[in-house]
Design a protein around this ligand. Structure first.
Ligand code: PGA
Length: 300
């Protein structure tokens, strides 16, 4: 007896099973929530068993759900590979390229992509901008072709290559009392308020690690998920900030913000481009990776 399940049902189910949430699957796949539950209901009818169960407030996979989840992941990866193989046959000039980058890397990635697509006009590019925690999840699920972030994530096997320095600098508004001082010791900042990125951001964890390593207290004042908002808050005098120098170009040029001269600063980080270990890169992804490694510095 053949099971009449469709790829679409498996794709929707895989997303709902990974997130253990119909709502998050609907967001990820740009569907309505009733659309997601209908696909899963149909799949359950075909299978003849429930795939999810609700215990208390939490969704769980049933035994059948766990089996179908394992197969739906393998089928999904096989379909991705079919796409790569077909792209190889068509050559590098066309195809799809899906890139996910850390919020901070978006400041230069858009410029890189613009330069790249000058040479490869028929490659369709999708760019997801998100924070480090979510990039880790995406790598684990082997979804994007390539990821750009500061430092490869822990606990996921990746092939990563560093392509550029990423210094984190301390910023203040030009009118700040410390703005004119030289060689400030880190302990000066133990009582200062900082406007910081959210937990889960690479910048945030690098800053916290740095202050712990130097045994200096670090006060997180207001948290923000965007570097743009942090810069505006620092400019308005809400506190000091620590951001990647790659977010600052315009503010330094127009003298709206100033880099403070702090001993042991900047915090040294690097940008990496990576993919899940063992991933078969499409010709478009290979071309973009080569472009980054060879030419990124010229566009930043
Ligand atoms: P973030 O990432 O935008 O999540 O802070 C940058 C980084 O990893 O350094």
């Amino acid at each position: 007896m053949a099971l009449n399940m469709t790829f679409r049902q498996l794709k929707v189910f895989e997303s709902a099973a990974r997130h253990l949430s119909y709502t998050r699957a609907a967001e990820e796949l740009h569907l309505s929530q009733p659309g997601v539950s209908m696909q899963i209901k149909q799949l359950e009818d075909v299978v003849g068993l429930p795939l999810f169960e609700q215990i208390g407030k939490k969704m769980h996979l049933t035994a059948a759900g766990r089996e179908i989840y394992a197969y739906s992941k393998s089928i999904g990866h096989m379909l991705d590979e079919v796409e790569v193989v077909l792209d190889e046959l068509k050559g590098v000039q066309s195809g799809q390229l899906s890139i996910s980058v850390a919020t901070t890397a978006s400041h230069f990635t858009t410029r890189l992509l613009a330069a790249f697509s000058e040479s490869y006009k028929d490659i369709t590019i999708s760019l997801d901008i998100t924070n480090r925690a979510s990039l880790r999840e995406q790598l684990e699920a082997n979804r994007p072709d390539l990821v750009i972030m500061g430092q490869p994530p822990e606990g996921v096997e990746v092939d990563a290559e560093a392509f550029m320095d990423n210094p984190l600098v301390m910023i203040a508004s030009p009118g700040h009392p410390l703005a004119s001082e030289e060689k400030l010791a880190l302990k000066h900042f133990a009582d200062e308020q900082f406007v910081v990125r959210e937990k889960g951001s690479g910048t945030r964890s690098a800053i916290e690690r740095f202050f712990v390593e130097h045994a200096v207290n670090f006060n997180t004042g207001i948290e923000m998920t965007s570097n743009e908002a942090i810069k505006q808050a620092v400019e308005a005098g809400l506190g000091l900030g620590i951001v990647s120098i790659h977010t600052l170009e315009l503010e330094l040029e127009t003298k709206r913000l100033q880099i403070l001269d702090v001993i042991d600063f900047p915090i040294q980080r690097h940008w990496y481009v990576m993919q899940r270990k063992g991933k078969r890169l499409s010709p478009a992804a290979q071309a973009f990776k080569k472009f980054i490694l060879e030419q990124a510095k010229e566009f930043i």
